[in-house]
Ligand binder design. Structure first.
Ligand SMILES: *Cc1c(COP(=O)(O)O)cnc(C)c1O
Length: 447
């Protein structure tokens, strides 16, 4: 019988030296998160598993808050629900003093249920239904108007209520960041924002509370906020001059970059992302040095999402298989797919073995478990050998993955939170066949 032939492969092993792409990814295994064993958690709660660190949320929040509060007397954070709206996560932010920032009726309901005083809910976004607006007006929530049609809806709704709606306008502008997000709010440069402010003031029915901008996301230069601040302050000063009306807050939105590394970036995000201090310098000085009089200094509101929560989220999982491609390159199949890690489309997420490993490494392409060609977690990672059943941890995934995930092919897994005493709590159950089919209906004739 003819012997089976296997083509010999020579692969170059990296032994901790930098290569032309950079340094080896991993030097130490990540066996624990906040002192809790990764393997133990996967055995107890199943694989894959999202893990949220309450301590990291609180530490990061306090660091960010302090950067602003040491530079400016009146600072208020509002938690951006869409970044991570797990109730447990939102409640940690609220317990730290954060208001809620919501962009839909659904998120608004979630904030109410989380016990947020409706006066401290900022309602953003282009999609507020008449029902949403009515409720927000009755509750005296802060409505950030996105477009003129919304403004006219609010004026109409005034006829049926004794309440005076409390509003801000969202302003978009050129801050040197391109493409500009001109689709949201009223433009500064063409005078639309000033027009909206005049109409609000002339209406006599609405209370202008603030000015709002959210200039984009993952903004890598703090100076963009300085430009935004001076334009918003200019509007506030003009409102004061013309109408003798003091704007009580200026909301800078979110958009601070997290320490994740964008695909194609040469240096890791942890080396290039501005610090909270740098953002705070730019933002606070833009208001302090503006034409706004000292007695009229507005509260600075921040809706930062990504930069506050990314580091607090992990997803742990298990290696399903190793494979050699026909070109001899190494691939790894893991039980975390792009359906659970939406941000892998734009970040090179850090993936760390969760057990001891040997000290050579090899270029590895990492696939998720889906039957879909796009299911690639890393195009290129320098990883030590991992075998079937080994575990790993993917870090800095707290932002957007637990809200933008897709239900596709597999069930979504549990989410656990590790509290500040090292206790684990399930904060969202895994899906199962009953949950997945409970909204489906089969017509009689197909039963
Ligand atoms: C998404 C969003 C945020 C949070 O943005 P990050 O980039 O996560 O900081 C804040 N405000 C508004 C209006 C948003 O749409």
């Amino acid at each position: 019988m003819k012997k089976h032939f296997e083509r010999p492969i020579i692969t170059r092993l990296q032994t901790g030296m930098p290569n032309k792409i950079g340094m080896k990814t991993e030097y130490l295994p990540m066996t624990e998160i906040d002192g809790v064993g990764v393997k133990t958690m996967l055995e107890q709660y199943g694989s894959p598993l999202y893990v949220v660190s309450e301590a990291t949320i609180r530490d990061t929040y306090r660091e960010a808050y302090q950067s602003f509060s040491t530079r400016y007397p009146k600072v208020q954070f509002a938690w951006s629900y869409k970044t991570n709206y797990m109730d447990a996560v939102c409640r940690v932010y609220h317990s730290e003093g954060s208001w809620a920032e919501v962009v839909s009726g659904f998120e608004y309901e979630k904030a109410l249920r989380n016990g947020v005083d409706p006066k401290y809910i900022l309602f953003n976004g282009p999609d507020k239904t008449e029902q949403d607006l009515k409720l927000a007006i009755e509750n005296e929530s802060l409505i950030h108007i996105d477009h003129f049609d919304e403004f006219y809806s609010i004026i109409r709704l005034c006829e049926h209520t004794t309440k005076r709606p409390k509003v801000a306008i969202r302003v978009n502008m050129d801050t040197g960041i391109y493409p500009q997000w001109t689709r949201f709010g009223f433009n500064y440069e063409n005078g639309e924002a000033w027009d909206a402010l005049n109409r609000i003031m002339i209406s006599g029915k609405i209370d202008l509370m603030g000015l709002h901008a959210h200039i984009g996301t993952y903004i890598m230069t703090a100076n963009a906020y300085r430009i935004a601040g001076s334009k918003l302050a200019d509007l506030a000063a003009n409102v004061k001059k013309k109408f003798n009306k003091t704007v009580s807050y200026i909301d800078f939105g979110g958009g601070f970059a997290s320490k994740n590394t964008l695909k194609g970036a040469y240096l890791p995000g942890s080396d290039t992302t501005p610090s909270f201090d740098e953002y705070a310098d730019a933002i606070t000085s833009s208001i302090i040095n503006s034409q706004i009089a000292p007695e009229d200094m507005p509260t600075i509101v921040l809706e930062t999402g990504r930069a506050l929560v990314d580091d607090a989220g992990y997803i742990a999982g298990t290696v399903l298989a190793n494979k050699r491609q026909p070109d001899a390159s190494r691939t790894l199949i893991i039980d975390v797919g792009v359906n659970l890690l939406f941000t892998s489309f734009w970040y090179d997420h850090k993936i760390t073995p969760a057990q001891e490993f040997s000290h050579h490494s090899e270029q590895t392409k990492i696939y998720g478990p889906l039957c879909m060609n796009i299911d690639v977690i890393r195009e290129y990672a320098d990883l030590p050998p991992l075998k079937k059943g080994d575990h790993f941890v993917i870090s800095r995934i707290g932002a957007y993955n637990m809200t933008q995930w897709m239900q596709f092919i597999t069930y979504r897994p549990k989410i656990v939170m590790i509290d500040t005493k090292g206790q684990t709590h399930v904060i969202r159950e895994n899906e199962n066949i009953d949950i997945m089919t409970q909204l489906e209906r089969v017509p009689e004739h197909l039963k």
